[in-house]
Design a protein around this ligand. Structure first.
Ligand SMILES: N[C@@H](CCC[C@H](N)C(=O)O)C(=O)O
Length: 259
């Protein structure tokens, strides 16, 4: 396989992006995709994203975790893809694209990308936390000292023992104030802690509201090991609507892969 790739990162969640509008990418080569994402044998990334044509929208997003398998929505990856689409001249300051969980709107202002997430109506209390799906499945657990958590072992155990083969992402959160939270995330498909997770911080903001720890119609600030994100939402008749994930998305480098 041989192609040009672009490396992007959004608060340290990093991605290899490939323009696949000509459908040249070997989409079923899961081992090959895992190897490109490998940090020793490949380029290194938490995931790989294809930008493809869409008949009515600006583009389509196809997302693979670093294990080489297709997965559910990636919020930081979506923000990075919007930034890439702008770099490629496909969009100006606004975008609409299709991902695995449906249509997303987005806007870009300098390095900040705002990405609209789907409405969320189902949250359930389980395993000592709150479970919800913000495009990807997340368990949100409160912790007194998030820096002290062994994310790798506690996250892996919950991901496997509670959610089986399909798994879930596990978020550990420490409230700093009514609208600021520190978050660390174990991501399935990466099978380790990433520096930030967009659908994860979105889940944290909604779960914190559900648990009475923050208020609606506010900007909730989330501090992750890779940088700061913000989540805005409205709570209306039991449904979280108008959810926006906001933060930086940056180009890192471009290269050619031949293997
Ligand atoms: N990093 C992502 C989430 C990617 C998907 C996740 N690993 C899964 O398989 O559920 C984000 O920014 O949302």
């Amino acid at each position: 396989m041989s192609f040009t790739f672009y490396k992007y990162q959004g608060t340290g969640n990093d991605f290899i992006i490939v323009d696949n509008r000509l459908q040249h990418f070997p989409k079923d080569d899961h081992q090959g995709i895992a190897r490109i994402c490998d940090r020793r044998f490949g380029v290194g990334a938490d995931g790989l994203i294809l930008l493809e044509d869409h008949p009515n929208l600006d583009f389509r997003m196809v997302y693979y975790n670093s294990d080489g398998h297709l997965s559910s929505m990636c919020g930081n990856g979506g923000r990075c893809l919007v930034s890439f689409a702008r770099h490629m001249g496909l969009i100006r300051d606004e975008a609409s694209f299709e991902a695995i969980d449906g249509v997303h709107m987005a806007s870009v202002e300098e390095r900040i990308v705002r990405l609209k997430m789907n409405d969320v109506s189902q949250l359930r209390e389980e395993y000592g936390g709150v479970f919800l799906d913000t495009g990807s499945p997340h368990l949100v657990l409160l912790k007194d000292e998030v820096e002290q958590v062994d994310v790798q072992s506690e996250g892996r155990q919950l991901r496997n023992e509670c959610y089986g083969t399909e798994g879930a992402n596990i978020n550990f959160v420490q409230p700093q104030s009514a609208n600021e939270f520190r978050v660390r995330t174990y991501e399935r498909g990466v099978e380790g802690e990433t520096l930030s997770c967009g659908t994860g911080v979105t889940a944290v903001a909604l779960a914190m509201h559900h648990q009475g720890k923050t208020e609606e119609a506010e900007t909730v600030s989330i501090v992750t090991p890779g940088g700061d994100l913000a989540v805005q939402f409205q709570f209306d008749n039991g449904i979280y609507r108008d959810i926006w994930l906001i933060g930086p998305a940056q180009f890192v480098f471009k290269g050619d892969w031949h293997a």
